[in-house]
Design a protein around this ligand. Structure first.
Ligand SMILES: [Zn+2]
Length: 307
């Protein structure tokens, strides 16, 4: 049986004297790959913590080959406040990797994650999701297409240009096989928790970190273009689609949602689908306050499919 230990990686001391620490659940079982899994790099993506919890429970009662390290909350301060960014310095940690030991708290935290967790991995799985409102469902293709396919996501995204400063853009160029999974959010449907757990375990099987048959599917769609369709005004967001529209195709430049001024009640903006064949990858499906530029819809262009 493989061994299990829990430990915390110290980052630094907060203004109130409490120590900022990062949690790690580590399983070791002799020969095999070194796999790292992170969730909640964005503090409001709580579903990733539950995916990690279920994966850890699974690994406690199954044999692990090599090393599997799970960091369920990579932004403890963001998680504490339910915020995407660190509340103290307002930084988005997933734009500033590899961090900076001389910077503000998010820079230091990113630096510690790089030094004490990401460096030396053979395989890296980073779990993201929507926050309080948006639901999302796709996986990036970075430097290991087979691993991305093993997430079992409907949509695989091979970007022509990626965000700068993500944890994945640190690991991938250094030869660590890397995948970013975007799974769930909003009304935390058990469906997405289950999907995320299945994705992680399937990758662990593919990498032979655990035993078992790798599940494959032959109907995944790989695309190179995803549009972020976000409002230009804040206000009251009223969706034109229900969450059932996730993972469906909408044809033409139809209305996806509307933004109203909550004071005058006038229509400020109609948010429209950008393509001829629009695959709904991220959406908001509930009436809520919205800010300009908030993640509202991510639409895959099915005409950008990579065969
Ligand atoms: Zn995220």
């Amino acid at each position: 049986m493989s061994s299990y230990k829990y430990y915390e990686i110290p980052v630094n001391y907060l203004g109130n004297g409490l120590e900022l620490k990062l949690p790690v659940h580590e399983f070791c079982g002799g020969e095999g790959p070194v796999v790292g899994i992170t969730a909640c790099i964005h503090g409001d993506e709580t579903i990733g913590v539950e995916i990690c919890r279920q994966v850890v429970e699974f690994l406690k009662v199954n044999d692990v080959h090599g090393t599997v390290k799970v960091m369920p909350v990579a932004s403890p301060l963001g998680f504490e406040c339910g915020l995407r960014n660190t509340p103290i310095d307002k930084n988005n940690m997933n734009r500033i990797f590899p961090g900076n030991p001389d910077g503000m708290v998010t820079d230091v935290q990113a630096h510690v994650i790089v030094e004490k967790f990401l460096t030396g991995l053979d395989t890296y799985i980073d779990i993201h999701s929507g926050g309080q409102d948006p639901v999302v469902d796709y996986a990036y293709v970075m430097n290991d297409e087979e691993m991305s396919r093993a997430t079992l996501a409907n949509i695989l995204y091979r970007p022509t240009q990626d965000y700068v400063g993500t944890s994945a853009t640190f690991t991938a160029p250094r030869g660590t096989k890397t995948v970013t999974i975007e799974c769930g959010g909003g009304p935390n449907a058990p469906y997405y928790v289950d999907r995320g757990v299945k994705a992680v375990l399937n990758i662990l099987r593919l990498k032979k970190a655990i035993d078992g048959e790798v599940v494959k599917r032959d109907d995944q769609i790989m695309i190179s273009h995803i549009a972020h369709v976000n409002p230009h005004h804040g206000g009251l967001f009223v969706p034109a689609l229900s969450y059932d529209a996730m993972n469906t195709i909408v044809e033409g430049k139809v209305v996806l949602g509307r933004v109203y001024n909550p004071m005058t009640l006038e229509l400020l903006e109609e948010i429209r689908a950008p393509y001829e064949k629009n695959y709904i990858i991220l959406m908001r499906g509930s009436v809520n306050r919205i800010y300009a530029g908030d993640f509202t819809f991510m639409i895959g262009d099915l005409d950008s499919e990579i065969k």
